[in-house]
Design a protein around this ligand. Sequence first.
Ligand SMILES: Cc1cc2nc3c(=O)[nH]c(=O)nc-3n(C[C@H](O)[C@H](O)[C@H](O)COP(=O)(O)OP(=O)(O)OC[C@H]3O[C@@H](n4cnc5c(N)ncnc54)[C@H](O)[C@@H]3O)c2cc1C
Length: 357
Amino acid sequence: MILIVGGGPAGSLSAIALRDHDVTLVEEHQSAGFPVQCAGLVSENCYKVLRRYSDCKLNEIRGAIFSSPNKSVELEGRVGGVVIDRRTLDRDLLLKASENANVFVKTKFVGVRGKRAILKGLKNGEIEYDYIIGADGVYSTVSRVFGFERPKLYSALQFKVRFDCFSEDLVEIYFGFSDYFCYVIPIDEFAEVGVISSRNPWDVMKRFTRWLGKRVKGDVIEVNAGAIPIGLVNFVKGNVLLLGDSAGMVKPYTGGGLYYIVKAIEKLSHFPNLKRIKENYLKDLGFEYKVGMKVAKLYGMLDVEDYDHLIEVAREHHYLAKELDMDRPSTLFKLLPAIFRVVKRRRLLLKLWRVLS
Ligand SMILES: Cc1cc2nc3c(=O)[nH]c(=O)nc-3n(C[C@H](O)[C@H](O)[C@H](O)COP(=O)(O)OP(=O)(O)OC[C@H]3O[C@@H](n4cnc5c(N)ncnc54)[C@H](O)[C@@H]3O)c2cc1C
């Protein structure tokens, strides 16, 4: 029997992919997708997979406005984006998973006794397993119980507000306010205004919303706070597999987890060969993680003048953005020779060279 711990996207998608096996999924809450800890922005490619199970699209995105406190540039990449409703997605996925798996909600995995998992909330409290998939999120108990390494955590804070967006089909990404970035994601007359930082996100949010000024209209309607794991860890040990946030399966340069989960689920076709699953995942995305980590490192090194200069460069050479895929930072790597040719600021060049080369 395969025990899946967690009924978020990683857990439910695993149960769906493993429908020909004997699967039990446990979720500690009454339902999945609450509290929402997601801005809901995914690539068209990611949504193509998710929409097989859930019609959760809220908005279509054609590009982004990248800004520093002083300058901005509008760019469109190779692939567009979709804003989804995470509550709907998680609910639909868990429902679909329950068609073939035994799903127990209000059931918490707390540990193991030999080959038996200890489950709080289940009638007899224990269940025998052959494999465990730890899809129990960023503070994974499975990871802790089996002694896996933990990814580094960044903090995310997000306000839903009525907002005066520049355009309803452009997201806004702001650099220079934190050691990561801030964002505005439009949904009708509202927006998810978010900050990500390795430090206190409330301080960053205060500064950022003050700077946005009157574009923020009225009070905050919803607050979401959560942790974002940065850095993929070893996710296979014996008969235990970590999937999703528990393993740091998140794009290190955006904090988005759904696409990298969808790619991990594809590899479950090799189940029960967990080593093969890992090898195939790394073959597909290992280099993307490597480049993504370098970009995340750069966020902490660049200052406002660096960002100003990069935005000027992007304005002049906006055609380069057409080569970029939001899920694949290796596409940025291919542009490095061109970028090194057009960046004029010597200190910035040195930083880029030190981190990216
Ligand atoms: C503010 C914020 C904004 C984000 N925005 C985006 C975005 O725009 N796009 C994107 O792609 N990603 C985004 N992400 C990341 C994305 O939300 C995560 O990568 C994704 O939710 C990970 O899915 P998961 O299934 O691994 O974990 P989760 O969604 O956290 O699900 C884990 C589940 O396990 C359950 N669980 C935990 N412990 C136990 C236990 N011991 N026993 C039983 N059940 C347990 C939990 O209740 C939960 O339902 C964002 C994250 C944050 C914090």
